[in-house]
Design a protein around this ligand. Structure first.
Ligand code: SAH
Ligand code: SF4
Ligand code: F3S
Length: 447
């Protein structure tokens, strides 16, 4: 069986993979263990307990967990250290449960809706037996988490979890469960605490964040308008959105709410209606393009982002060409693109006409060339603009700082700045992945 630590762990390290919701969960697990008196270790090699907060979205992501576990143990052996206690959290924990204990002999397995029980599970594992919890309890874990302490200028806040959409390729509805919204007041309270702890920008998170539902007719735009009134909160963002939940109220908020940043991640996945139907996306190419028109009418400078899958079963060359032409029609500021990965238990995994790997590779290259071209064009078109940059961290060169533009571009700027500063910057030069800016002279009112 497993080789449990002789004493309860005193130091921990959390390593998160996958989406921003996992990053949020990882931070909260860290806070939870710190509240138990444990100390955060900078590297996994210095920790008695390593939490691998895993992602199940594609096969590669899942396999990484097992290679990471092997590496942790090998490193410990080579350095003559005792192997750390290993806890597997996140979506692989939910999907594979017991199987992880069997296959990798880890000490703790805890699902995304159960991690408030992590300290208990760790204590149980320290007594000798592997401890598992992959329940999806009716009561939310959030109430059981400690208060937030110090945070970065750009903070995450999970407001919605789970997914009811059941796209035929996707494991998220199984690993994260049904769509659940956190209560309005709990979110406003956490946002206020984050601002008190140093956040200037909050990104509201959810697997389908724009499906957030206050239960009393209030939608995400009402929440955004309430957060806009928190003193000291300069910027609001949200991700990830589903095209079908893009209510007019939210589109209007992009026109009216100054702190809501002009950026929208709105995955379309593909540009061909037959493929979209087989994916169970419930939007069409045309309905998506019309939606983009309405969003741009409300906020002409909005930066659009998306996700794409190439090589979905049955995707022909002509169908893929429809994705390329949709890309041309939208002009994304940035985007993520993936080769289709069959996931156990999903309907698409057993669909006929699976696309050969070599065809997927070639399509992905063409798609990424188009997306890179559009990203470079978007960045080049920003040169000359003056905007606020939220300073996040020091850059590589002396005196240089790295921050984000309203359109979520990385901007380098030299000067006497500190994390959390909002600096007025003129964008001077565009590279493929970042821009260089210069502090803009202060605006003087005409006499
Ligand atoms: N809720 C979000 C996305 C969650 S997963 C949405 O609906 O858009 C993030 C991205 O991973 C998806 O948008 C999709 O592009 C990609 N993805 C999901 N399952 C995949 C699979 N089986 N193979 C390849 N990419 C996948
Ligand atoms: Fe997955 Fe589709 Fe849900 Fe997004 S909307 S999480 S892609 S099932
Ligand atoms: Fe991965 Fe789970 Fe997020 S599968 S993308 S960590 S919701």
């Amino acid at each position: 069986m497993s080789a449990p630590a002789a004493a309860p762990p005193k130091t921990f390290h959390v390593k998160s993979f996958g989406c921003q919701m996992n990053a949020y969960d990882g931070e909260r697990m860290g806070e939870l263990m710190a509240a138990q008196g444990m100390t955060a270790a900078a590297a996994p090699g210095d920790a008695d307990l390593v939490v691998l907060n895993t992602c199940h979205i594609r096969e590669k992501a899942t396999e990484k967990v097992y290679s990471d576990i092997g590496r942790l143990r090998k490193d410990a052996r080579e350095h003559g250290r005792a192997a750390p206690m290993i806890a597997v959290a996140g979506c692989v924990a939910q999907a594979e449960g017991e199987e992880i204990v069997r296959r990798a002999k880890v000490d703790v397995v805890v699902g995304p809706q159960a991690y408030h029980n992590l300290p208990d599970l760790v204590a149980r594992a320290a007594r000798g037996a592997p401890a598992l919890d992959t329940d999806m309890p009716a009561a939310s874990k959030f109430g059981a988490l400690p208060a937030r302490r110090k945070v970065a200028p750009g903070a995450f806040l999970t407001v919605q979890e789970g997914c009811d959409k059941f796209c035929t390729y996707c494991v998220v509805p199984y690993t994260r469960g049904a769509e659940v919204s956190r209560p309005f007041v709990a979110i406003v309270d956490e946002a206020t605490a984050l601002v008190d702890a140093g956040a200037r920008e909050i990104t509201l998170l959810g697997q389908n964040v724009n499906a957030w539902d206050g239960g009393d007719g209030r939608g995400l735009h009402d929440l955004i308008r309430a957060l806009d009134r928190i003193p000291g909160l300069a910027r609001i963002r949200y991700t990830t959105s589903h095209p079908n939940d893009m209510a007019q109220g939210l589109i209007d908020a992009h026109r009216d709410v100054e702190s809501l940043m002009p950026f929208l991640h709105l995955p379309v996945q593909a540009g061909n209606d037959r493929v979209l139907r087989a994916m169970n996306r419930s939007h069409t190419r045309d309905s998506y393009l019309r939606l983009i028109d309405r969003i741009r009418a409300a906020r002409p400078d909005i930066a659009l982002s998306g996700d794409f899958i190439v090589g979905f079963p049955g995707e022909t060359e002509a169908a893929f060409a429809d994705t390329l032409s949709l890309v041309d029609a939208v002009g994304h500021a940035q985007a993520f693109s993936f080769k289709y990965s069959p996931r156990p238990g999903t309907p698409a995994a057993t669909m006929p006409d699976q696309v050969p790997a070599a065809v997927m590779d070639e399509r992905l290259q063409r798609l990424q060339a188009a997306l890179n071209r559009d990203q470079a064009a978007f960045n080049a078109a920003s040169v000359g603009r003056t905007c606020d940059v939220l300073i996040e961290r020091p850059g590589k060169l002396p005196g240089q700082w790295l921050g984000k533009s309203p359109w979520l571009q990385s901007v380098h700027v030299v000067g006497d700045h500190a994390p959390g500063d909002l600096v007025r910057v003129t964008l001077m030069q565009a590279g493929p992945n970042s821009l260089a800016g210069m502090v803009a002279p202060p605006v003087t009112e005409p006499a």
